[in-house]
Design a protein around this ligand. Structure first.
Ligand code: ADP
Length: 478
């Protein structure tokens, strides 16, 4: 089946090239998606720009009502969206359904919060002056999303952008554009004014270059690798666009000597194996106090052993395929490097290829290794796969120092039954997000984002709305 791109309020006929989307569990083709040309991109920007005045001048109630309508439509078709997601991404169907609901929550939350864009009236030091501050939409926004969350990463950007009054253009990843296309069938039904919501697919580099050279696009919001994030940051300087970057992570999970082991194991599983470990907030380094390492490791092995691997539509499957060969090879090389430098394989370690083509169809067993040390690649490089490396520590300061020893600063997790120790640790961790006795931290109301090379800005909650707003100061002399 051949798909289309959506702009200026309608699906557009496409004359140019198409690219194939594959099922990562078996390599089957799922459809052909347009490769937009530079000229297409210029037209999309024009239509978004043309809609800005109308959209930003609508009342907040009007904009928010449309978002709420979109939320209702998404929930009504959640199973269809989840089915497409599992096909193109490979994640277990239950996870896909969970992502659709999580993603829909952003539409709902911003349909409420969009009515609360308040300004300020500030007392002046001069008696004849009045200082007023108003918030106004930044302008046309261009979003780039990754393949690991094909739906929620779009709504997390689009909902606050539209609520704030900004026209929005989304470019999903080439691996998973079909979920976005299905979502835009619902966007079309809502009936946003022409040009307000737009979907473009194709060569990321080519399309993005057009955006970067166009001063009418005022904001870039990106989720993806730190490498591409740095590139976008430098490109966006050409026209000084606002940027939000949600980049890589290398989350530590610390199990202190007074941790509840059951909770710590459940938290490790929750934060590690979602989407086969291909998550920027996935636990990538587990630090365990030496006094409980044996008990924690034994319980973890038991819990991981039962995780069924296979096609995401099969019953009870918890571990789907890795997205492609490149992803598989990175996991494999990291593991080989660790084992060659003295790590000890406790579980898993094998991978299988079942694909019809070489580039996709890879499964990697859930894997646990211990005796991991700082000279191994897995200690510093982001792992995008189902491997848990265990590192033993002897005191709190050492654990925190090791946990912070990374250029990344996205998510972190720890387990302790002591509230005061927990507060201290939360404050010392150099991370934008901290899970205290939990491995599940994402929610529409909370600010998601990272320190250091994990990014700039926040998504979710009121902070996420501020990213799409300019601050205007008006000085009145009376
Ligand atoms: P991953 O390696 O996990 O695919 P990327 O950062 O490469 O992570 O991809 C995330 C998103 O960024 C995808 O939508 C991809 O198409 C897009 N992307 C990749 N390279 C570029 C680029 N040079 N310019 C703009 N977007 C890009």
């Amino acid at each position: 089946m051949k798909h289309s791109i959506f702009y200026n309020g309608q699906w557009q006929s496409h004359q140019g090239d198409y690219f194939n989307v594959y099922d990562p569990s078996n390599g089957e083709s799922l459809g052909l998606v347009p490769s937009a040309s530079k000229n297409d991109m210029k037209k999309i920007i024009q239509s978004a720009y043309d809609s800005f005045e109308l959209w930003s001048n609508k009342t907040a109630e009007y904009r928010c009502d449309l978002l709420e309508k979109l939320y209702d439509l998404v929930l009504a078709e959640k199973e269809e969206i989840a089915t497409i997601m599992t096909k193109e991404n490979g994640k277990p169907y239950g996870e896909s359904l969970g992502e659709v609901i999580y993603g829909a929550n952003f539409l709902k939350w911003y349909s409420e919060e969009g009515k609360r864009i308040y300004g300020q009236f500030i007392p002046s030091s001069q008696s004849n002056k009045r200082i007023m501050v108003r918030k106004q939409p930044v302008g046309v926004v261009y979003g780039i999303t990754p393949w690991n969350f094909p739906f929620a990463m779009i709504t997390r950007k689009m909902a606050p952008a539209l609520a704030a009054g900004c026209p929005f253009i989304i470019k999903p990843a080439k691996e998973t554009p079909l979920t976005a296309i299905k979502f835009f069938e619902l966007v079309e039904k809502v009936g946003f004014p022409k040009g307000v919501a737009n979907l473009v697919t194709g060569d990321a580099k080519k399309i993005t270059e057009v955006v970067m050279n166009d001063e009418r696009v005022r904001k870039i919001t990106f989720t993806g690798s730190t490498e591409v994030g740095k590139l976008l940051m430098s490109q966006s300087s050409q026209t000084v666009k606002k940027i939000s970057l949600e980049l890589g992570g290398h989350a530590p999970l610390i199990v202190f000597d007074d941790a509840d082991i059951k909770k710590a194991v459940a938290g490790t599983i929750a934060s590690k194996f979602r989407n086969c470990g291909q998550v920027c907030i996935a636990t990538n380094r587990v630090f365990v106090h030496e006094s409980i390492q044996a008990d924690y490791t034994a319980a973890l092995i038991e819990a991981v052993k039962v995780l069924k691997m296979g096609n995401g539509f099969e019953e009870c499957v918890k571990i789907g395929p890795v997205i492609n060969k490149k992803g598989h090879d990175k996991i494999h090389l990291q593991l080989e490097d660790a084992l060659s430098k003295g790590a000890n394989l406790l579980l898993g370690g094998q991978s299988h290829h079942v694909g019809k083509v070489d580039s996709v169809g890879y499964f990697f067993e859930p894997t646990i290794i211990d005796q991991v040390t700082t000279n191994m690649d897995i200690f510093y490089d982001e792992t995008f796969g189902p491997v848990i490396p265990i590192i033993t520590f002897t005191n709190d300061d050492e654990a925190i120092k090791l946990a912070n020893d990374t250029p990344y600063g996205l998510a972190s997790y720890f387990f302790t039954e002591s509230i005061s120790r927990g507060f201290e640790v939360s404050e010392k961790l150099d991370y934008g997000m901290v899970g205290f006795n939990t491995g599940a931290i994402s929610s529409a109301q909370a600010p998601f984002g990272g320190f250091k090379e994990s990014g700039i800005g926040r998504e979710g909650g009121h902070f996420g709305l501020e990213e799409y707003l300019e601050v205007k100061y008006i000085c009145l002399e009376i």
